[in-house]
Design a protein around this ligand. Structure first.
Ligand code: NAD
Length: 495
């Protein structure tokens, strides 16, 4: 086992927790401890917020010209490029994903830094408002919010952190990030790169530790101006409640129960059929289904069901599980024993409620938190497995007979993060996409996102958006500056 690392970064210094507490980081492939990190608490959190507050109120970063901020973001992107293999491998081990997925995550993180650098550089820097008089100069400017608390989950640790850190920095904020206690290592590494790139001390702070201590303190802290949270519905609700006490800005990126709607016309040719099956497999099982936008609900037109599900189950049964760095491995384990137990429980409840098992439904022999990709046929929306987010490799199958029924089923979720429609009919594609109540709708595709396009959800999938111009706006306050160039008395009061 490795020696404990100092993973708390406050005011430019790496340190251990004030309490001296540590936490073991588990490799989900074999359940062995492979790193030990600092377990921060409330005092560490208060110190980090104080450092971020001072850096915002008195430091140079919020007043650094936009070209300087954009240049720093580009230097971070270059360092990510340099360290792609190291950080990609660390992400693969920490989160239990394949090495290639880890590398792709680093590329996406780099792209987010480049995107937000370009975005701020290309802005006009304020909007002149016509106040109806040559004697008035009126302009709306956008300023940084202040101290941002950034709380992130374990499934895409570095990516989720970067979707917050890059726009927060581009806008001129300071921050304290709290990564998931299960997967903190790549966020710790990113803070190192930010400092190497020349970010002033105190701008970027990290406290590794638990949600109900560090996370809860950040959400309620009176010196935090904004909390941006990505994670589950239960924790997100607590964060929003705690943040309400101090009326801080709140952004929530929560879960999803994402429909993948397949019309029979998309599969009229062998090529179309193969593509739709292949992408349904990818939608549901990449990263063992531990993806907020996982296409975990297959909603397929009835005449196609048996052929589609048979092929899907055949291919799901062939997915090669293992350590993400081993050649030929296509899928890693679940992230923790808890996530594995939750998945098993969902499958058991689905079978008890009448679902038909077509693939998987069990753990393979051996160590680690592996679970076989599972296809559950004959599901319906009354089942818990169809309504709640499993966050594991479990795909449910429902069927429809009409376009209206397909839309009704796809929208029948308290979430609204993402969804897809597969059809060869362009008119139908546009009609259905227009009616889906989800933050992202894919037509004849699944999972791609663009840094230029907003990401986030309707309903209980959250509040606000990441990425795109809105993802930057989250980290800003609008200020209207109204200047009277020829002031005179108004004489509202006669006396
Ligand atoms: P989680 O809610 O358990 O934890 C997320 C983060 O919140 C962690 O850092 C955790 O320590 C912290 N936390 C927990 N309780 C807290 C509290 N009371 N106050 C403040 N912070 C607290 O989620 P998870 O299990 O790490 O991640 C999986 C969830 O994240 C899934 O629901 C998934 O859909 C969601 N997710 C959403 C998106 C998106 O873009 N919408 C992206 C990735 C993951």
């Amino acid at each position: 086992m490795s020696a404990p690392q100092q993973t708390i970064h406050v005011g430019g210094e790496w340190r251990s927790a004030v309490s001296g507490a540590t936490r073991e980081i588990i490799d989900p492939v074999d359940a062995d401890v492979f790193a030990v990190v600092s377990e921060g608490g409330v005092t560490d959190t208060d110190d980090a917020v104080a450092a971020a507050r001072a850096a915002f109120d008195e430091g140079t970063w919020p007043r650094t010209p936009v070209a300087g901020r954009a240049a720093l973001l580009r230097r971070v992107a270059a360092l990510l490029e340099r360290d792609r293999e190291r950080i990609g491998a660390l992400e693969s081990r920490d989160a239990g994903k394949t090495l290639e997925e880890g590398r792709v995550d680093v590329d996406c993180v780099r792209d987010a830094f480049v995107y937000f650098a370009d975005l701020v550089m290309n802005e006009s820097g304020g909007r002149v408002v016509d106040a109806g008089s040559d004697e008035i100069h009126s302009v709306v400017v956008h300023e940084p919010v202040g101290v941002c608390a950034l709380i992130t989950p374990w499934n895409y640790p570095l990516l989720q952190a970067s979707w917050k850190i890059a726009p927060a920095l581009a806008a001129g904020n300071t921050f304290v990030v709290k990564p998931s206690e299960i997967t903190p290592l790549t966020t710790v590494a990113l803070i190192g790169l930010l400092m190497e790139a020349g970010l002033p001390q105190g701008v970027a702070n990290i406290v590794t530790g638990a949600g109900d201590t560090v996370g809860a303190r950040l959400a309620e802290h009176p010196d935090v101006d904004l909390v941006s949270f990505t994670g589950g519905l239960a924790s997100g609700t607590k964060v929003a409640r705690a943040a309400a006490e101090t009326v801080k800005k709140v952004a929530l990126e929560l879960g999803g129960k994402n429909p993948n709607v397949v019309f029979a016309d998309a599969c009229a040719t062998d090529e179309g059929f193969d593509t739709a099956v292949d992408q349904a497999l990818n939608a549901a099982f990449i990263h063992s289904g531990q993806v907020c936008s996982a296409g975990s609900r297959l909603i397929v037109e009835e005449p196609l069901r048996e052929r589609f599900v048979a092929e899907l189950a055949r291919r799901a049964g062939k997915i090669r599980l293992g350590r993400g760095t081993d050649p030929g491995v296509e899928c890693g384990p679940l992230v923790s024993a808890q996530q594995l137990a939750k998945t098993e429980d969902f499958v058991a409840s689905a079978l008890a409620e009448g679902a038909v098992l077509r693939a998987g439904g069990e753990r393979p022999d051996g160590p680690g938190y592996f679970y076989r990709p599972t296809v559950l046929d004959r599901c319906d929306r009354r089942m818990r497995v169809v309504r709640e987010e499993v966050f594991g490799p479990v795909l449910t199958v429902e069927t429809f007979r009409t376009e209206d029924e397909a839309v009704t089923l796809a929208n029948d979720t308290e979430y609204g993060l993402a969804g897809a429609v597969w059809t060869a009919d362009a008119g139908r594609a546009r009609r259905v996409a227009g009616r889906l109540r989800h933050g992202t709708v894919w037509i004849n595709d699944f999972h791609p996102y663009l840094p230029q396009a907003e990401w986030g959800g309707f309903g209980k999938s959250g509040i606000g958006r990441e990425l795109g111009p809105t993802g930057l706006a989250e980290y800003r306050e609008a200020k209207h500056i109204y200047q009277n160039l020829a002031p005179r008395p108004v004489r509202w009061f006669a006396g």
